[in-house]
Ligand binder design. Structure first.
Ligand code: G3P
Ligand code: CA
Length: 316
């Protein structure tokens, strides 16, 4: 092999290793994850929101995953379709009357249109854009494959296994489906595509443990941590236990605000820190979302963050 080619291969290999290191290790380049796409400006989890996130230079584009009745992974935050589509209009008689997870405790049963009660063909009939703004009328719920095809080569993928236990009860194996999809796209190994790194996230420790130990993925895993009862993981000991199955934590930003030392403890345990969610519509005591992100990245020292406003990400 000519020596120029050998040097080129060596250069690409080094680039590839560096890319993996900066996206997976504490202390590297600050990473911008577009939360549900650029969801402050376009309807969340639509191709328009993903496209805009890429234009706004997101390092990763997030996809929350749900499963249709016919077993297809689609990108949607809620287990139900009514908040972000016109399902109520298109399928008025297909609701279940129950108390869903996102209702307040003690709330009366209400009508819910669950994703796994609908086939992909049915879900594709729904308008996922008008609720946000009439100009997005006709936007569709994307399959994960469509999202991968759009994002691939331009940013990383940051899928979240949503409600894996709910899907488990309905006979679906969300973790297996997720990893199989990555395998089908030749993205199941770390560094498989230097331009498309993949990080998997979940609020479920069991879901991450299953992917790490049973399904043997080597991809970086991020454990999302909300308030009670999950915040019990946020002790020096708890974080050491997290390190056994994950590469990073994704805490609610308020947990860091309350206890900034968490970042130091997580880094000491070898975990990256990626808080959620930074949005112009909710910046608390900060002047604006840029100032808030600036504080978390450069004063608290987090490694990455989830934001609805990728264009406001402060770079240094
Ligand atoms: O995945 C990070 C953040 O998105 C967690 O919150 O509810 O928006 O999925 P949620
Ligand atoms: Ca999410």
């Amino acid at each position: 092999m000519p020596s120029f080619n050998r040097r080129l291969i060596a250069f690409v290999a080094v680039l590839f290793v560096l890319t993996f290191l900066v996206t997976a290790q504490p202390g590297g380049k600050k990473i911008l994850v577009a939360h549900r796409g650029a969801s402050a400006y376009a309807p969340e989890h639509t191709l328009a929101a993903y496209r805009l996130a890429i234009e706004q230079r997101a390092d990763f584009v997030e996809q929350d995953l749900q499963i249709t009745k016919d077993g297809v992974l689609v990108c949607l935050h809620d287990l139900t379709l009514e908040r972000t589509t016109n399902v109520e209009e298109v399928f008025p008689n297909r609701a279940r009357l129950d108390v869903s997870e996102d209702q307040a405790p003690g709330a009366p049963p209400a009508k819910h249109w669950y994703v796994p009660d609908f086939t992909l063909a049915e879900i594709k009939q729904l308008d996922a854009g008008s609720w946000f703004n009439e100009k997005f009328k006709g936007a569709r719920v994307p399959t994960w494959q469509e999202a991968i095809d759009l994002v691939r080569g331009k940013a990383g993928l940051y899928p979240e296994t949503k409600g894996p236990e709910v899907y488990g009860k309905r006979g679906f194996d969300m973790e297996k489906l997720t990893l199989e999809m990555l395998k089908k796209n030749k993205l199941a190994e770390p560094g498989a595509d230097a331009k498309t790194p993949v990080i998997i996230q979940s609020f479920s420790a069991e879901s991450l443990q299953k992917m790490r130990f049973e399904l043997k993925t080597k991809l970086p895993l991020v454990f999302l941590i909300g308030f009670d009862p999950q915040k019990q993981w946020l002790t020096a000991d708890g974080l050491k236990r997290v390190k056994e199955f994950a590469n990073g934590i994704g805490p609610a930003k308020g947990l860091i605000e309350r206890e900034p030392q968490l970042v130091t403890w997580a880094h000491a345990a070898g975990l990256t820190v990626t808080p959620y969610t930074f949005r112009s519509s909710n910046t608390g005591k900060y002047k604006d979302v840029r100032e808030e992100m600036n504080q978390f990245l450069y004063t608290f020292g987090v490694d990455a963050l989830f934001t609805d406003n990728p264009d406001q990400f402060p770079r240094r």
